[in-house]
Design a binder for this molecule. Structure first.
Ligand code: GNR
Ligand code: NI
Length: 175
């Protein structure tokens, strides 16, 4: 099997990042099996620890995650994910997003979540997460609902960050 080619990642303010993705159905099996390796290749190349289908212009409820903690790859593909429980405790951590390159901010979210999803084979799975994985799973689920990490910030911080992104991208387009 050949290595998957990477896909271009959509950047803010692309309106496709703001659409709500639709559930993967029985008829989407082939599309999802084709998509998953390409999403993983794109995430690893970026590099990032997660990538949601809307970031590559696909409006399906699927995302991939690999925290890449050690050398060994540990890819996860989550289809139709839902949060089934979340802690009252909140954790604040710095987040970035491949669709807002170079921009980082502290985001507050439930510290622990339980997520139900289907794997690539269609089997039902559940995962309980804390720490960076919990933040990443919530960040990716947000993408499926057209939500970006900047939406969790105050309007002041959000606008500062979006203006800085626009400026950075303008300068990058020049050189
Ligand atoms: O690479 C990424 N790092 C990250 C750090 C903290 C919280 C979430 C993330 S996800 C991000 C990749 C991305 O944009 N996924 O949608
Ligand atoms: Ni993101």
């Amino acid at each position: 099997m050949t290595a998957s080619a990477t896909l271009p990642i959509l950047l803010v303010p692309d309106t496709r990042l703001r659409a709500k993705a639709r559930a993967v159905g029985a008829a989407d099996g082939d599309a999802v099996r084709d998509l998953a390796p390409r999403m993983l290749a794109t995430m690893y190349a970026a590099p990032g620890i997660g990538l949601a289908a809307p970031q590559i212009g696909v409006t399906l409820r699927i995302f991939v995650v690999d925290l890449q903690k050690n050398e060994a790859p540990d890819p996860m593909v989550l289809v139709n994910p839902e949060i089934t429980a979340e802690s009252e405790a909140i954790a604040v951590r710095e987040e970035g997003c491949l669709s807002l390159p170079g921009q980082y901010a502290e985001v507050a979210r439930p510290a622990r979540v339980r997520m139900r999803y289907h794997d690539l084979g269609g089997a039902k799975r559940e995962i309980e997460a804390e720490g960076l994985l919990a933040a990443c799973l919530q960040h990716e689920l947000d993408h499926l609902n057209g939500v970006l990490f900047v939406d969790h910030l105050s309007a002041l911080k959000r606008n500062m960050l979006l203006r800085k992104l626009a400026k950075d991208l303008r300068l990058k387009a020049q050189d």
